[in-house]
Write a protein that binds this ligand. Structure first.
Ligand SMILES: Cc1cc2nc3c(=O)[nH]c(=O)nc-3n(C[C@H](O)[C@H](O)[C@H](O)COP(=O)(O)OP(=O)(O)OC[C@H]3O[C@@H](n4cnc5c(N)ncnc54)[C@H](O)[C@@H]3O)c2cc1C
Length: 353
């Protein structure tokens, strides 16, 4: 199907989570969406196809375009990736005064385009990696064949699903303590989760914040003994067992408290916090690759050691789709660079084989 501008705009608005961004940022996203090219129905062949337009995909595009691989990028429905859902980014090198997430991703896009990346709005609905040339189906109706494919489809944080969580997302609610903990220095915060990541993020927050409430649904942690030991021995973390989040309270702009309930006693209390961190896991966006590529039990794609290469020749993966440990923009960008360089080497070796 050939998208009209209006159609693609509607799809874009429907599929992206724009409600939690201020109207200023929302407008920027719409403008951003309308600047890009739309998919046509003609099939085509490219040397390098990049799936996803987050920090990993754009960095791969910059390197691949500069190496004259003439990359084609399929943006996905969340053009710019996870950082378009946040406000301030203060830890990406090169922005001494910090930058708004959507603005930073626009800079990435401009840089990728400057070297000739062909950026198209669409989503990859299926792939076929059975042959020497890889087949990628876009929007369920257009097949692109590629000598190399760089997968940078990222991951999505899991949320509790409360309307108030969505309302204050980016304004006190966050799914990344390392990214946003700094904004709550010397303040009280709460974190929900009971696994290793939640435990690690709670101890990270405890170093910055006055007090950390850790909200644990059951009467025990899922985290390793060592991590639990660290949590329980951190003086400013208070663990609330058998506790669930009922609502995030705010003044209409930012978070001011969190209402929790003890699921045994049914007793409710308001925690006096300005930050609310959700650490209940991530879903890598890798379902379409499950018949072709190795992944772990949670869906993270597996690469060869010290490499972005998968078991299928010419298919590389970078960013959060393969990284369940660091999940930062700069690490995603780093592996994006690796993927493009490895794709270039692969093509060069094939040419002289
Ligand atoms: C609220 C929040 C705040 C954050 N703040 C910071 C911060 O301050 N600093 C920091 O370093 N990190 C931060 N992070 C983490 C950072 O955003 C991620 O580590 C980074 O974006 C990962 O980059 P990526 O390119 O791997 O994937 P993503 O940014 O997740 O991008 C994935 C891309 O793949 C596309 N895609 C998915 N499926 C398909 C498909 N089927 N077809 C085509 N395209 C597809 C999506 O549309 C998207 O464009 C934050 C994350 C969140 C959620």
């Amino acid at each position: 199907m050939l998208y009209s501008k209006t159609h693609s705009q509607i799809i874009y608005l429907k599929k992206t989570n724009i409600k939690n961004i201020s109207s200023h940022l929302t407008l920027k996203k719409i403008k951003f969406a309308l600047k890009i090219k739309l998919m046509t129905t003609e099939n085509e062949h490219v040397q390098c196809l990049i799936i996803g337009s987050g920090p990993a995909g754009y960095t791969a595009a910059i390197y691949a375009a500069r190496a004259d691989l003439k990359p084609l990028m399929i943006t996905g429905m969340e053009m710019g990736g996870q950082l378009t859902k946040t406000t301030d980014v203060e830890n990406f090198p090169g922005y001494p005064n910090g930058v708004m997430g959507p603005d930073m991703m626009e800079d990435f896009r401009k840089q990728a385009e400057r070297f000739g990346t062909d950026i198209r709005f669409g989503y990859v609905s299926s792939v076929d990696f059975s042959g020497a040339v890889h087949k990628v189906v876009v929007d369920e109706n257009k097949t692109i064949t590629a000598d190399t494919v760089i997968i940078s489809t990222g991951a999505s944080a899991k949320w509790l699903g409360l309307p108030s969580e969505e309302k204050y997302n980016g304004f006190g609610v966050s799914a990344c303590a390392v990214c946003d903990g700094f904004f709550f220095k010397n303040q009280n915060v709460a974190i929900v989760g009971a696994g290793d990541t939640a435990a690690e993020e709670a101890t990270y927050l405890a170093k910055l914040c006055k007090k950390v409430y850790m909200i644990v649904r059951r009467d025990e942690f899922r985290a390793s003994k060592a991590m639990v030991h660290r949590v329980l021995n951190t003086h400013n973390i208070e663990v609330l067992y058998n506790t669930e989040t009922k609502e995030i309270l705010g003044d209409g702009k930012v978070v001011t408290a969190v209402k929790v309930i003890n699921n045994q006693t049914k007793q409710e209390q308001d925690l006096d916090v300005t930050g609310f961190f959700v650490a209940i896991g991530h879903n890598p966006n890798t379902a379409i690759f499950k018949d072709w590529l190795k992944m772990d039990e949670t869906g993270y794609l597996i690469t060869k050691p010290d490499s972005t290469a998968t078991d299928i020749e010419g298919v590389f993966v970078c960013g959060d789709a393969q990284d369940k440990l660091w999940r930062q923009a700069v690490t995603a960008a780093g592996t994006g660079c690796m993927a493009a360089l490895e794709a270039e080497r692969y093509l060069a070796a094939k040419e002289f084989a």
